[in-house]
Design a protein around this ligand. Structure first.
Ligand SMILES: Nc1ncnc2c1ncn2[C@@H]1O[C@H](COP(=O)(O)OP(=O)(O)OP(=O)(O)O)[C@@H](O)[C@H]1O
Ligand SMILES: [Mg+2]
Length: 401
């Protein structure tokens, strides 16, 4: 009899036992090399269990260093402990990529604390008062984790309002854990916000290859069937990720996609060959996810760069020849303004534009350098870190679809 077409996707033929464990959104209950950070956050948040406000904490570090997963893990533990022992600590996690304004953040927090009510359409002042009321009435010590807090447009107002809230409370309190991978974010804050948010600070450093190997082995042990992942696969995924940036997300995704490739080809084991094959796809996936979640004005800046490069614009060097793909910062700003206007959008000031360029460079999406003297004085030159056509295609869907 002919094989059923679904046979290849059933568990019996898969290298996975539980593929979900390799998913980005899974919170493992063991986080190797973050024990120290877990301890420290536990100490800070411990106050809420003793009826006191916890100090605000600012967590920062590069992409994929385990900030989100570590904070989420501690919040889950705190909430569980507080519930089991009937203590008044309560937590919420807000992803500020999607909730990118003071109002949206407060609304998202309220949704957690009043799951049966709907506050959409209520004023910002009402939503704020309602949050304080929740803490006050129930004598709750709240911990708000604001992940990717740099994405909040009016972040100074948000932090200020939340900190000031404590002065209005007769009982209960509000504390904040801000998380960011933008190492320059702090410099952008109002000094008052900065000192309030950064009562305590914690840096997550990139993992090295040995650490990534241990992290992968730990996760793979429950995600994959026994013996289905060759050591060469783990070594390769760890080496690739350590070399690029010490990013555990890349490492975990490499092994996940390599496992899927093995399943697809009907292999019984995952080896370094599958990891190598998965590499460019994973890199692309990570870049595209990042591009999709940039603020729309920043997407427009990146769009201006990719379309100029795509249209074969390039700087004329001293020899008079064009250096393909290298652009003047000024011409990008002009092109950006042109596109923004054509979409009927306002455009950002040149000061903000420079800030956006700095950030795009931190994310690895562009590379900048200073031009030598002679070309329009000394000016900043910009080129893309990735294929112009691919970036342009993703952004066209985001911006014009
Ligand atoms: N110590 C660890 N043990 C197991 N998995 C980990 C560890 N650290 C990170 N990970 C995994 O790596 C991935 C990236 O981690 P996480 O999302 O916490 O990074 P991040 O620091 O928040 O990155 P970003 O700045 O991009 O938000 C997740 O899938 C997470 O589960
Ligand atoms: Mg994160």
């Amino acid at each position: 009899m002919q094989k059923n077409i679904f046979e290849s996707v059933t568990k019996s033929e898969s290298v996975f036992v539980d593929r979900n464990i390799m998913s980005q959104h899974y919170t493992p209950d063991k986080l190797p090399f973050r024990e120290h950070q877990i301890d420290e956050i536990t100490q800070i948040l411990g106050n809420t269990l003793n009826g006191k406000r916890a100090d605000n904490l600012f967590v920062y570090g590069k992409v994929g260093t385990g900030k989100t997963v570590t904070v989420k893990y501690v919040l889950q533990q705190l909430e569980e402990f507080s519930r089991q022992n009937n203590i008044g600590a309560d937590t919420t996690y807000v992803n500020c990529r999607t909730h990118n304004s003071k109002y949206k953040v407060l609304l998202s927090a309220l949704r957690k604390f009043y799951p049966d009510e709907n506050f959409i359409g209520f004023s910002a002042a009402f939503v704020y008062e309602k949050l304080l009321e929740y803490a006050d009435r129930n004598k709750k010590h709240l911990v708000l984790a604001l992940d990717e807090v740099d994405k909040v447009k009016d972040v100074d107002e948000l932090i200020y309002a939340l900190s000031r809230g404590n002065d209005e409370l007769a009982s209960g309190s509000v504390s904040i854990i801000g998380i960011s991978n933008n190492l320059r974010f702090k410099d952008r804050l109002d000094p008052r916000t900065k000192s309030s948010l950064c009562e305590k600070e914690m840096v997550f450093s990139p993992y090295n290859a040995e650490e990534l190997k241990a992290i992968l082995n730990e996760r793979a042990a429950s995600a994959f069937r026994k013996g289905c992942v060759e050591e060469s696969a783990v070594n390769c995924a760890a080496a690739v990720s350590a070399q690029e940036s010490g990013d555990a997300r890349t490492a975990v995704m490499l092994l996940l996609r390599a496992g899927e490739l093995a399943d697809k080809s009907g292999l019984s084991r995952v080896s370094d060959a599958e990891v190598r094959k998965a590499k460019s796809k994973v890199e692309e996936e990570i870049i595209f996810n990042m591009i999709k979640t940039l603020p729309s004005q920043q997407q427009l800046v990146l769009y201006a760069i990719s379309s100029l490069v795509f249209n074969r614009k390039g700087v004329r060097s001293v020899t008079g020849l064009r250096e393909p793909g290298v652009l003047f910062s000024g011409e990008i700003y002009d092109e950006y303004k042109r596109v923004a206007k054509s979409l009927g959008e306002t455009y950002i000031s040149s000061r903000w534009y420079r800030q956006y360029i700095n950030e795009l460079e931190i994310y690895g999406l562009i590379i900048t350098s200073q031009s030598g003297k002679g070309i329009r004085g000394s000016t900043r030159l910009v080129r893309l870190g990735f294929d112009a056509k691919k970036i342009k295609d993703v952004l066209e869907v985001e911006l014009f679809a």
